[in-house]
Design a protein around this ligand. Structure first.
Ligand code: GDP
Ligand code: MG
Length: 166
């Protein structure tokens, strides 16, 4: 199995942290500051039965300045070049206007979109179900997978799910 997978989401949801965890190298710059990732960064995950190329993107958000505009374009342009899209959200923050901006763009994507709920280490398990119900109404997600990119929870499961769609 092989394919291209892009990771999109608001700044700071953990896209680069996830990328680094699956690729196993510190190739994407991580920080607390939003917009550290200015260009798309690609990394290849290879294991015995698959090869997945992950694309870490700058967060998609309503641009406030020229550089922001450019970064949003970088992220948006990857959407139609890939086999699957991971739309990552922060479990702790829940739904916000920034997400709707991205969801509007994902409506127009033909590729399967997976909802990745990150930072589950920061919330009580009871908080997940209402969040899932809320997002389910926004888009027809292929699958919904909660993870912790930082602690590594459920990452293997996510990779299995992804492989089954490639
Ligand atoms: P990006 O802007 O989406 O690429 O976000 P980053 O990967 O740069 O992460 C932003 C911040 O969130 C960093 O301080 C990360 O350590 C933190 N972070 C990322 N994933 C998790 C997670 O699963 N749990 C917790 N608690 N923090 C996380
Ligand atoms: Mg980043």
């Amino acid at each position: 199995k092989s394919g291209f997978v892009t990771i999109v989401g608001r700044p700071n949801v953990g896209k680069s942290t996830f990328m680094n965890r699956v690729i196993g190298e510190k190739i994407a710059i991580m920080s607390d500051k939003p917009q550290t990732t200015r260009n798309k960064i690609q990394g290849v995950m290879t294991d015995k039965d698959s090869q997945i190329i992950f694309i870490d993107t700058p967060g998609i958000h309503k641009p406030k300045h020229k550089l922001g505009d450019y970064m949003v374009n970088v992220a948006e342009n990857t959407l139609n070049e890939v086999d699957a899209v991971l739309f990552m959200i922060n479990a702790e923050e829940g739904y916000g206007r920034g997400d709707q901006f991205i969801l509007d763009r994902l409506q127009r994507v033909d590729q399967p979109v997976f909802l990745i709920i990150n930072k589950i280490d920061k919330v009580h398990p009871d908080q997940l179900l209402p969040l899932i119900e809320q997002y389910k109404e926004k888009l027809d997600f292929e699958e919904i997978v909660p993870i912790s990119a930082l602690e590594g929870n459920n990452i293997d499961n996510l990779l299995q799910v992804l492989k089954s769609h490639l």
